[in-house]
Design a protein around this ligand. Sequence first.
Ligand code: CUA
Length: 326
Amino acid sequence: MAGIGIVVGILVTLVAVLIPWLPTSASEEMDRIEFVFWFATVICIGIFALVASVIIYSVLTFRSPPEDESDGPSIHGHTGLEVAWTVVPAVLVVAIGVLSAVVLSQNGNAGPNPLPVKVFALQFAWRFEYPEQNGLKSGELVLPVGRSVRFEMQSADVIHSFWIPEMGQKQDLVPGITTRVVVTPKREGTFRLVCTELCGLGHATMRAPVRVLSQAKFDAWVKQQQAGAGAGDKGAATFAAAGCGGCHTFTPAGTNGKIGPSLDNVAADAKKAGEDVRAYVKESIVDPNKVIAQGYSAGVMPRSYGQSLSAEEIDALVQYLAGSTQ
Ligand code: CUA
C-alpha cells in the first residue's frame, strides 16, 4: 500500500506544478472544456496510480530468489476479476463520451442573440469584420463581455486554425468552406488569438490582439472606429487592419516584423529593381513574386494578399508606404 501512496504523491505534485501553466478560463465554453478535462484527468490519475501500485507491489512481493528456477503456480482465469476489468473501463469510457458529447453540443450553441463576427485568415494575418456594426473592419479583435459571439471564418489560402487559449474553443479555417465557432467571453481583459495550424514561414507570427470590453466600452470603440474610418490616414488604417506589420518592419507604423523585407527600404529596393517607387510598391502587393528582395524567398507572401484588398485600399497603402520614403 506504500506503493499507492508514493505514486499518488508523485502525480499530485506533478499536477500541482503544471496547473499554473494552464490558461485561466475567460469564456463559458472554456469552463465546460476544463470540466471535461479534469473529469478525464482525475479518472486517468486514479487508474494509473492503481496499475502502477499493483506492478510495484507484485515486483517486490513475488520476486523469486536467484537460485529458484521452479515454475510458479498455474492460474486458470478468475471470472470476477475479468468481469470487473471489462465493466469498470466500459462505464468510465461511456461516462467520458457522454459528458464530452453534451459539452460539445453546448459549446456549439450560440443562443438566441449572438454577435456575428466574420474572420478572414491569410498568410500571415487575421482580419475581422462586424456585420452588425455596418461592416466595420479591424485588425484587432474587440468583443463585448457576456454576449455569445458567433464567428464565421474563411481562409484565403491554406489551412489556418483559430485559438484564443483562455477561451478554449479551437477551429480550423479551411480554404473554400466557411467554418463556425462560438465564444462567450466571461471576463474583461487582453488576450491573444494565435494560429494553431502550421501554415508557412510566418506561422509563428500569425497572431492578433484580442480585447474583451464592457458593452459600453465596446459601443464606444465601435463609434470611434466608424468615425476614424472616414477621416485620418486610410493608408495607415489599411496597414493596421491588413496586418502587414506581422511580417514587415515599418518604422512610421511602429512595426518590427522580420518575415518579409523591411518596408523602410522600399525606395532603395525600387531603385535596385529599376522601377518607380509607387509602381514597385503596388507590384509588390499585387504580384509579390515578380521581384524578390535580396535574402528573401519567393512564395512567402502569397498573391491572395493583394487579391483580398480593394483597389482603393491598395492605392491607400501605396500612398502610405511610398509616400513616407520620399
Ligand atoms: Cu496560419 Cu499558422
